[in-house]
Structures are given as structure tokens and as C-alpha cells.
Ligand binder design. Structure first.
Ligand SMILES: NC(=O)c1ccc[n+]([C@@H]2O[C@H](COP(=O)([O-])OP(=O)(O)OC[C@H]3O[C@@H](n4cnc5c(N)ncnc54)[C@H](O)[C@@H]3O)[C@@H](O)[C@H]2O)c1
Length: 360
């Protein structure tokens, strides 16, 4: 029985995503591509490397492999860490014929990917995502970046990998709070373009909570298919890729207000999805029963649907800095029923303020 799948991502440089493949099998695939590189640099974090590096190395016995370790944490996505990686890579003899494997969650994917995109003007890259968020979202679409004190992901590029290698079994060791981050993005994907996925999540809530891997694979496969579709339609985010920001304009404002403390990204997105749903409801795009279903699904995964901050004016202020805004106008993504979202350019501050009031 074939239990793995290959999905092609349309891009300036198209690439495959391999789903349900074992970490040990990556080496065999790389043998078929080895004309383009002659040594490998794995970038990972101890948390992930301790669990999964041996399995990956199992398949890489015929290659010259070096490994660089990066501590855990969003703050590692920095130019200082890129400089450090460069020094270490030069010490290891990394050159233009090196392939980088980013083994880890979205932080390693973004950091390792950005490193690969600029080291010697760009070297080959394979993404091996190990969190739910990275598997359904960040490893797909070619965005790589580091942060700057002036903003998250401010310095980055579009750098499609040679391949994405996704072994779902790595999810078995993921802590629940990290699972929630991926679930929030999965609910977002369902609301953007897949009503069946929304209903699948509702129906399988308990199975997902008890980590039924058969259900997780189905859920992750459907979720990432939405991301693949959107980035394939609009790789450089000139139009419809912006739909992937559903819930994020509100969520980022919240994370900024709370200085990224005491709130995970998934919780920010969750509250953001509720705010977007309430705004859509006020415009007649979503009925009250549908808003309730969204709220119930989020709550079912212990995601927040209300936040305890009275700082409405400041939340409004933070939304002014949203990257999607055009000529001072706030651009929002709103759900239109369950399973379809649209870009809305004419929301007034009053409407947005009322949506904030619904979640605070
Ligand atoms: N490039 C994109 O398109 C894109 C999209 C969404 C998010 N992102 C970025 O992704 C980052 C967040 O990624 P994340 O949520 O994966 O967080 P993360 O990379 O920080 O990983 C979360 C934690 O899980 C641990 N971990 C990873 N895999 C594990 C496993 N299999 N078992 C046990 N522990 C494991 C990590 O060590 C870390 O402690 C942010 O920096 C965000 O900006 C990028």
C-alpha cells in the first residue's frame, strides 16, 4: 500500500512536497538529486535534533554531512544568528555546492531558509518541518525571513526549497500548546477555502484531541492543500495569497499589544479569527450560527475566543502598521460563510472597533 503522497507547488522554481514519508527516506530521494550538491549542512535545534537527527542521518550515510545547532526561540530569527551561522559554516567548509536541510519548526525553517537564500548568493535548501504549523503552513510557499527590532519577518525573501519532506510521525512528540498553533492555522485554512475541512474538524474534534494519527494525517494533508493552492496561484503575494492572512491583522495587533508575552501565535490567530468573524457577521457575510460554530471549534481545541485587554485604542493603532494596508486604508480578510474568505478594502474604523469589542 502506498501511504505517501507527492504534491507539486507551482512556483518560479516549482518544487515537490512529500507527505507521510519517513525521515530515513530523505537520503534516497537526495541520491536522485545529488548532481546539484556534494555535501549537506543540517540546521536544527537541540529539542528536535535530540529526537530526530539520528533518524534523518540514517538515510544520509553516503553523504558528507555537517550539523549546526541553534537554540530554541523566536529571538533566534535575527541577523546576529545569521552572522553566527555564517562564521560556523565557513569553519566547516560549507560552499556553493552545499545543500541546507532545515530540520525543525517554523523558526528553523525561516532562519535556515533565509541563511540558505543569502549564503554565497544562495545555496540549495530542503525543508524538513517537524511542527504542525511548519508542516501545514510555514514550510510551504517559499517565504523565509528573520526579525528586526522594527518588526517581525522584516528581512526576508521568497526562496522556494528544492523539496519539502514531511514525516507526520514527528508530530507525536509535539507539546499541546504547539499543536494548538498548527490547529489555529488549520481552522484558518478551512475558513479560507475548505468547508469540508471545517466540518471534518468539527466531527473529529475528540479524535484530534487524543492525537489519533490517522485523523491528524488527513487533517494536515487537507490543511496544507489550501496553502499549496493559494501560494501556487499567487507566489509573490500580489493578490489572493493575502487571504492566508485571515485573522492575522487582529491577531498581530494583539500579540504586539501584549509584547508577545503570555500569548502564543495560535491564541492570537484564534482571537483574530473570532474578531474577523464578528465583523463579517455585522456585514451580513456570515450568520450568527456560523460565528457560533467557529467559536465552538476554537474552544474545542482550548483556543481563546476572548481576550482580557481593554486597550482598544492601542489595538486600533497597532493595526495601522499592518503590512497589507494600502495608502493608509486597512485591508482585511473576512469569511463569507464557512469555507470561503474574501479581501475587503472598505472597513471603517468604527466597524473594526466594534469587532474588537466583541472579543474583549
Ligand atoms: N515562512 C512562512 O510562511 C511562515 C508562516 C507561518 C509562520 N512562520 C514562522 O514560524 C515560526 C513559528 O513556527 P513554529 O510554531 O513551528 O515554532 P518553533 O519553530 O519555535 O517550534 C516550536 C517548539 O516546538 C519544538 N519542536 C519542534 N518540532 C518538535 C517535535 N516534533 N517534537 C517536539 N518538539 C518540537 C521546537 O524546538 C520549539 O520549542 C514563527 O517564527 C513564524 O514567524 C513562517
Amino acid at each position: 500500500m502506498i501511504n505517501w503522497q507527492r504534491i507539486e507547488v507551482a512556483s518560479n522554481r516549482p518544487y515537490p512536497i512529500f507527505l507521510g514519508v519517513p525521515l530515513e527516506g530523505l537520503g534516497e530521494y537526495l541520491q536522485t538529486r545529488s548532481l546539484t550538491f556534494d555535501n549537506i549542512l543540517i540546521i536544527s535545534t537541540p529539542n528536535v535534533a535530540d529526537r530526530y537527527l539520528d533518524r534523518l542521518m540514517e538515510g544520509l550515510k553516503d553523504f558528507v554531512v555537517n550539523t549546526l545547532s541553534v537554540p530554541d526561540g523566536e529571538e533566534q530569527k535575527s541577523l546576529a544568528r545569521i552572522a553566527q551561522l555564517t562564521t560556523e559554516a565557513m569553519g566547516l567548509g560549507v560552499d556553493r555546492r552545499t545543500l541546507v536541510i532545515a530540520l525543525g519548526g517554523g523558526v528553523i525553517g525561516d532562519l535556515g531558509g533565509f541563511f540558505a537564500s543569502i549564503f554565497m548568493r544562495g545555496i540549495r535548501l530542503v525543508q524538513v518541518p517537524t511542527t504542525l504549523l511548519a508542516q501545514v503552513d510555514s514550510s510551504i510557499g517559499g517565504k523565509v525571513a528573520v526579525n528586526h527590532p522594527a518588526g517581525k519577518n522584516l528581512l526576508g525573501s521568497f526562496y522556494p526549497p528544492m523539496a519539502v519532506w514531511t514525516d507526520f510521525s514527528t508530530l507525536e512528540t509535539l507539546p499541546w500548546s504547539e499543536v494548538q498553533n498548527g490547529l489555529a492555522e488549520t481552522i484558518k485554512h478551512a475558513l479560507i477555502a475548505d468547508r469540508d475541512l471545517f466540518e471534518y474538524l468539527e466531527k473529529n474534534l475528540e479524535a484530534i484531541r487524543r492525537r489519533d494519527m490517522t485523523v491528524w494525517k488527513e487533517m494536515a494533508g487537507r490543511s496544507l492543500a489550501v496553502k499549496v493552492k493559494k501560494v501556487s496561484e499567487d507566489e509573490l503575494e500580489q493578490g489572493s495569497r493575502a487571504l492566508l492572512n485571515l485573522g492575522h491583522s487582529f491577531g498581530h495587533a494583539l500579540e504586539t499589544e501584549l509584547e508577545y508575552k503570555g500569548i502564543t501565535h495560535g491564541q492570537g490567530v484564534s482571537a483574530g479569527l473570532v474578531a474577523a468573524a464578528c465583523l463579517a457577521n455585522s456585514r451580513g457575510m456570515l450568520n450568527s450560527a456560523e460565528v457560533e460554530r467557529i467559536v465552538n471549534l476554537l474552544k474545542g481545541f482550548d483556543l481563546i475566543t476572548k481576550v482580557d485587554t481593554g486597550a482598544l485604542e492601542r489595538l486600533m493603532e497597532h493595526m495601522k502598521g499592518d503590512k497589507k494596508n494600502q495608502a493608509g486604508k486597512k485591508i482585511l480578510i473576512l469569511p463569507k460563510g464557512l469555507g470561503l474568505s474574501v479581501i475587503v478594502k472598505d472597513c471603517t474604523d468604527q466597524e473594526i472597533l466594534l469587532a474588537w469589542q466583541d472579543v474583549t
